[in-house]
Design a protein around this ligand. Sequence first.
Ligand code: NI
Length: 155
Amino acid sequence: MKVEIGCIFAPENLSMPLVYITRRERFNAAHKLWNEEWSEEKNMQVFGKCANQNWHGHNYDLFVTVKGQPHPETGCVIDLKDLSKILKDAVIDKLDHRNLNLDVPFMKGKMSSTENLAVAIWGEIKTKIESEGCQLHSVRLHETENNFAEYFGEE
Ligand code: NI
């Protein structure tokens, strides 16, 4: 018999603790920041090295946080193997070793900034995580050691 580990989310049940759990996945990808509407001079002025004609790459760290109440039988909010599989199928396989400007369908027509990529990843995984009975809390994407973007689904 398969044990259901998917999280339960019942805000009306106040006696249950609400817990945020995070899974990290990694990928590397190439990109450049370049606005086709602008001159080369303006692109270089605004984006500097990030506008390098022949691309550059980053090792990205993706942190996806899901919230829910630990299941009484497992103590788990979500089976992290399931969450990892969702992330791999929906985004990592499509991003890893790719060119964000050219190869990734869900980034088509968008500037390949960390901010835009975090928002696009949210869009790709939200309903899949909800179908596990959980709520997506945040997508945090580290582009370098010093820079990261975080999205909470707000408009
Ligand atoms: Ni870059």
